[in-house]
Design a protein around this ligand. Sequence first.
Ligand code: BTN
Length: 320
Amino acid sequence: MREKILRLLKENSNDFLSGEKISENFDVSRAAIWKHINTLKEEGYEIESVPRKGYRLISSPDILTYGEVENYLDTKFIGREIHYFNTIDSTNIKAKEIAQEETEGTVIISEEQTLGKGRLGRSWASPSGKGIWMSIILKPHIDPMKVAKITQVGAAAVSLALEDLNIKSYIKWPNDIVMNGKKVCGILTEMSCELNMINYVIMGVGINVNLNKEDFKGEIEKIGTSIKVETGKEVNRKKLLGFFLNRFEKLYTTFVNEDNFKDTLGICRDKSILIGREVKIIRGKDEQKGKVIDISDEGELLVDYGDNKIEKIMSGEVSV
Ligand code: BTN
């Protein structure tokens, strides 16, 4: 009901809407409307209430609820259900808890994570209101061996969404988005499957949107940054989230339904920061130098170690 009232207020933001009209519209009491309006105010909506005139929406808060993101969405199923939290341990943990009962495309999003998880057991700093910390529940009917490619689909979608906002970024294979050599986004994909059947895939995406320089203290200062720090401008998180979900749904459905990974690959190659560069391949304590030749049709990194031996790398850490 609250979402419906909000939608009505947004559609009529130039006028006052009387409590009577809203209650007629939804067939609920004026007292109930008043309660919902108060909850909206608590959430940060600025709503003018004038006796005998009614309510008027003045401004909306910078929050990533469905009500705030839907205007930017043109998806069929990705992000059409958003579970929104103010704070949570980790959206990936929550997504795994509810994945079985939820439909494909459901998004878990939180303003803050207290136990954000990164790859390789690392933690992921997720301060309140400054980033996009989210997980998407996916149920693809594909070979579990192909799930790693979904991470690349996600990376391609983030980079395209940034491009939609005129922001240039690069993809550091397989799943980091970088600006000026530093990481602005990471993806952690987790899966539950039995034999050859996938129960669900959780794609967790962390985008450092409006974090400040001070948010990157210590070791992380050398490797991490935010879009705001790199562009010098505050970025509209709702728009970026909507654009990302739109881009993701297109690439994901082509990949899953048409078995077409070429579209994603084209973007990953085009925006690759590694192709043509000398890199270090890190496996535990072992480091090996090589030159990245390309990304294969299967999404592996092709590395030349100088002795005409080209290795296909499926996963791992690469540093430039
Ligand atoms: C990486 O190490 O690059 C992956 C980082 C993934 C972070 C995101 S934030 C939302 C989701 N929830 C988590 O706990 N982690 C992912």
